[in-house]
Design a protein around this ligand. Structure first.
Ligand code: NAP
Length: 312
């Protein structure tokens, strides 16, 4: 194995719960394993202050701490972890060829793609300032912290509707703010929204500015038809305007669905034999760390079986 063209049985791209779990199972399964985690390994959980729903932690665990534990565990079991990005992949022949940002190339018997998806943000500076301080991209993760408080959800699709309904378990009032005069969410969810006395739908508005000192205390909304401003005194705003899967690298190389997610079968196999995908990069529904970790485990078990099969 030379430094310029190192070969591994399994190469994992991505360093969230799916990637690290895949690395743990691959290394423990006896495969030479490398994980490319990008320049800041950890994925979306690096932005999550406290996680209370990952089993095994009685007290809340900070997202970054959980990811560092997974990283250390993968390394202890023998996985090589590279803090660099994979910038190109060639799945046209075997072994698969991958090139990293440093220019070094690597080959792999099997590849697991676990590059995740990013919650979309509105993009204004005041929103970015309050992420983790009242602005959140995950109601399931952070809703619990808003017991008895007034909160707002931005978006009009199924995610926004589900988030609004979920948040009524904790919040005293939930404003659902949508930029148009009709929701995109399914009829069933819309009925549930309208039947819930804690929910108020505010149509034709978008956030203009998030305000507060150390933590969020309110948001100004702009009426897209009249330009009038409306102020909501809320301590939590949940942005639910969709996710973007990190699949640019795989366009034209793996089958992607219309939204850009990698299409897999139930064994997490992609359209290329020997390439598997796990976690939010293929999960259009759950987007939870524990689900991604489970998928990472499955993908590694399948990759190990695949390597056994091709050896025969
Ligand atoms: P989505 O369907 O793409 O909806 C995104 C919503 O955000 C839309 O209402 C959109 O407004 C709004 N939006 C987008 N950009 C915005 C911006 N810059 N400012 C303000 N609003 C903005 O995304 P999703 O709700 O996350 O759902 C993604 C997929 O997962 C869908 O196929 C959905 O059916 C599925 N899903 C299913 C379930 C379920 O079955 N239980 C649950 C969640 C998600 P417009 O309507 O004006 O475009």
């Amino acid at each position: 194995m030379t430094e310029q063209n190192a070969h591994f049985d399994i190469i994992i791209i991505g360093s969230g719960p799916a990637g690290f779990t895949a690395a743990i199972y691959a290394a423990r399964g006896g495969a030479s394993t490398a994980l490319f985690g990008g320049v800041a390994p950890g994925g979306q959980l690096l932005q999550t202050m406290e996680i209370e729903n990952y089993p095994g932690f009685v007290e809340p665990v900070v997202g970054a701490d959980l990811m560092m534990k997974m990283l250390s565990q993968a390394k202890r079991l023998g996985a090589a972890v590279f803090n660099e990005e994979i910038t190109s992949v060639d799945f046209s022949g075997r072994p698969f060829r991958l090139t990293a940002g440093s220019g070094k190339s690597y080959t792999a018997g099997a590849v697991i793609v676990a590059t995740g998806a990013q919650a979309r943000w509105l993009g204004m500076p005041s929103e970015q300032k309050f992420i983790g301080k009242g602005v959140s991209g995950c109601a399931t993760c952070d809703g619990f912290f808003f017991r008895g408080k007034e909160v707002c959800v931005v978006g009009g699709g199924d995610s926004a509707a589900e988030d609004a309904l979920f948040l009524t378990r904790f919040a005293s009032r939930v404003y659902l703010v949508h930029r148009r005069d009709a929701l995109r969410a399914t009829f069933r969810l819309q009925e549930k929204l309208r039947a819930n006395p804690k929910i108020e739908i505010i149509y034709d508005h978008t956030p203009e500015e998030f305000t507060g000192e150390a933590k969020l205390t309110g948001v100004s909304l702009k009426n897209v038809k009249t330009g009038a401003l409306l102020r909501l005194e809320v301590t939590g705003v949940f942005i639910a305007i969709g996710h973007t899967p990190a699949t640019k690298l795989f366009a034209g190389k793996l089958n992607l669905d219309d939204s850009g997610y990698i299409v897999t079968d139930s064994n997490l196999a992609t359209s290329v034999f020997g390439v598997f995908a796990a976690g939010d990069v293929m999960d259009t529904r759950y987007k939870q760390a524990i689900v991604a970790a489970g998928a990472g485990c499955k993908a590694s078990m399948e990759a190990l079986l695949y390597l056994e099969d091709v050896k025969k």
